[in-house]
Each structure stands twice: as structure tokens, then as C-alpha cells.
Design a binder for this molecule. Structure first.
Ligand SMILES: NC(=O)c1ccc[n+]([C@@H]2O[C@H](COP(=O)([O-])OP(=O)(O)OC[C@H]3O[C@@H](n4cnc5c(N)ncnc54)[C@H](OP(=O)(O)O)[C@@H]3O)[C@@H](O)[C@H]2O)c1
Length: 252
């Protein structure tokens, strides 16, 4: 029996990277897992990797009507949720204040903050008591990296939402925590680079600022998400769990 036997989970942004790794962990531990993403081909490929217990639903978290369709579909399937990993998100490099546009601001806040807030809100009617909600933060929310103001502000906002929701949802028997990845080798991170050789140099540069001397792997973040999603963390709510090779705790 796996740690998540008979549980149903939703992982948003699960077609690649950290979300896919978390979905793999959940399936391996016995859960049935709804997975989402915007790109159909990547989502179908993830579903094939995950096997029969994965249910792909194409979805954009920044579109509230689309979110209604997502939760309507889960309800129509006759399912409820024990685990919500609201992970869909991302950011762009090179957005210093003097070059920032309103469109770029709205785009990143629209996915990372608005998308996460309404994913969690619209999931509430389906979440079982005893359930676990996990958000994805970022170590950048604790640092002042030039050009990442908007992205890091979205993740700081999620950290604060997670505290407030932990208070609001505790009476319903729901726990809310945020996992905080440091630099993790995903398509999303590599996509910040202009080309593959730049990506390699970028990751090496990031590794040099991490006490453990390397960037993280998606599976390492997924293991922490599994802990927060499972009953192993039954007395933990409102917390942030750093999975960053020591980046923020050792060099604050
Ligand atoms: N990698 C890192 O170093 C790192 C560090 C800290 C935090 N994070 C956070 O970790 C999370 C996952 O990122 P990742 O590194 O694994 O990147 P990734 O490989 O690009 O994965 C992002 C996933 O989210 C989906 N997605 C993006 N926008 C979406 C939207 N509007 N609606 C639904 N799905 C959406 C993507 O699929 P589609 O594009 O097809 O929609 C993809 O499945 C993000 O919240 C990111 O900010 C990453």
C-alpha cells in the first residue's frame, strides 16, 4: 500500500518539470492524479509517462472559465480531491523595473497569483476534510535578484496567501503549505536561457551560489511535495519547506 492509496490529487502544471515529477511520485504512491497544462501534446505525453492512473485535462489556470470547466469535469467524474498541488506557473528573466511593461506584469501575476488563488478557491467545494493543499513558491521570493522583481513578488504573494489560507481552512480540516524550490533543472528554468549552451552556463552559474554546489532535480522537489501532501505531515500547516540546496537558509 502506497502512502496515497485511494487518494485523488490534482496537480496543475504537470506536463513537465516539477509538476510532472510530483505527479509521478503521487502515482507511485497509489493516487489517482488529474494533471493539467496548456499545451496538449506535452500534456498527453506526460499522461503516457504516468500511465492509467493519470487523467489529463487541458487547462489554463489564468482563465477563470477554464478553471470552472476543470472542476466541473472532476465533479462530473464523480470524484472529490484529497490533494491539490497548485503548481502551474513560471516567469521571465530580464524584467528590471525601468523596462517593465503593464502587459508583462499582468501576464506573470495572472498566472502565478490570480491563477493560483482561483485554482484553490474553486477547488474548495471538492476538497475532502483531511486534505492537503500545496503551493509552489520560489527561493527568489527571499532574494533580490535583479530583473526578477515581478516573478519574485508573485511568489512572495503566494507565501502570504498560504499563511492566511492555513488559518481560514484549518476549521475545515485542510492543511496549506508552500514548497520553495531553489534553482531546479526543468524545461521552465532552461527556457530562461537563449540557447542550450547558454542554459548550461546559466545552471553552472546558479550552482556556484548554492551550498550543495549544484542545482536541484525535479524529483527532489517532488519528494518534499509528497511529504506535505501525505499524512506524514499531518501536524504541519502554514509552513514553507525550502528545497534549495541550502541557498536561502545558509546564505540569507
Ligand atoms: N525550475 C526552477 O528553478 C523553479 C524554482 C522555483 C520555483 N519554480 C516554480 O515551479 C513551478 C513549476 O515550474 P517548472 O520549473 O517545473 O517549469 P516547467 O517545466 O515550465 O513547468 C511548468 C508547468 O506549468 C504549466 N503551466 C504554465 N503556465 C500555465 C497556465 N497558465 N495554466 C496551466 N498550466 C500552466 C506548463 O505547461 P504549459 O506551458 O503547457 O501550460 C508546465 O506543465 C512554477 O510555479 C515555477 O515558478 C521553479
Amino acid at each position: 500500500m502506497g502512502q496515497l492509496a485511494d487518494k485523488t490529487a490534482l496537480v496543475t502544471g504537470a506536463s513537465t518539470g516539477i509538476g510532472l515529477a510530483a505527479a509521478e511520485c503521487f502515482v507511485a504512491e497509489g493516487a489517482n492524479v488529474y494533471i493539467t497544462g496548456r499545451r496538449t501534446q506535452e500534456l498527453e505525453s506526460a499522461a503516457q509517462t504516468l500511465g492509467d492512473r493519470a487523467i489529463p485535462i487541458q487547462n489554463d489556470v489564468s482563465d477563470l472559465d477554464d478553471l470552472d470547466r476543470l472542476f466541473g469535469r472532476i465533479a462530473d467524474d464523480g470524484n472529490r480531491l484529497d490533494i491539490l498541488f497548485a503548481n502551474a506557473g513560471g516567469g521571465e528573466a530580464g524584467q528590471p523595473l525601468d523596462a517593465l511593461t503593464a502587459e508583462a506584469f499582468d501576464h506573470t501575476f495572472g498566472i502565478n497569483v490570480r491563477g493560483t488563488v482561483f485554482t484553490v478557491q474553486k477547488a474548495l467545494p471538492l476538497l475532502n476534510s483531511g486534505g492537503s493543499i500545496v503551493l509552489t513558491g520560489s527561493s527568489s521570493a527571499r532574494r533580490g535578484v535583479a530583473g526578477f522583481g515581478v516573478y519574485s513578488a508573485t511568489k512572495a504573494a503566494l507565501r502570504q496567501f498560504s499563511r492566511v489560507w492555513a488559518a481560514e481552512l484549518a476549521p475545515r480540516g485542510l492543511r496549506v503549505n508552500i514548497v520553495v524550490p531553489g534553482s531546479t533543472d526543468t524545461p521552465g528554468l532552461r527556457g530562461l536561457a537563449e540557447n542550450p549552451s547558454h542554459a548550461k552556463a546559466m545552471l553552472e552559474g546558479m550552482a556556484s551560489g548554492i551550498p550543495l554546489g549544484r542545482t536541484g532535480e525535479p524529483a527532489e522537489i517532488a519528494n518534499a511535495v509528497l511529504f506535505l501532501a501525505s499524512d506524514q505531515s499531518s501536524f504541519i500547516t502554514g509552513s514553507e519547506l525550502f528545497v534549495d540546496g541550502g541557498e536561502v537558509q545558509v546564505y540569507p
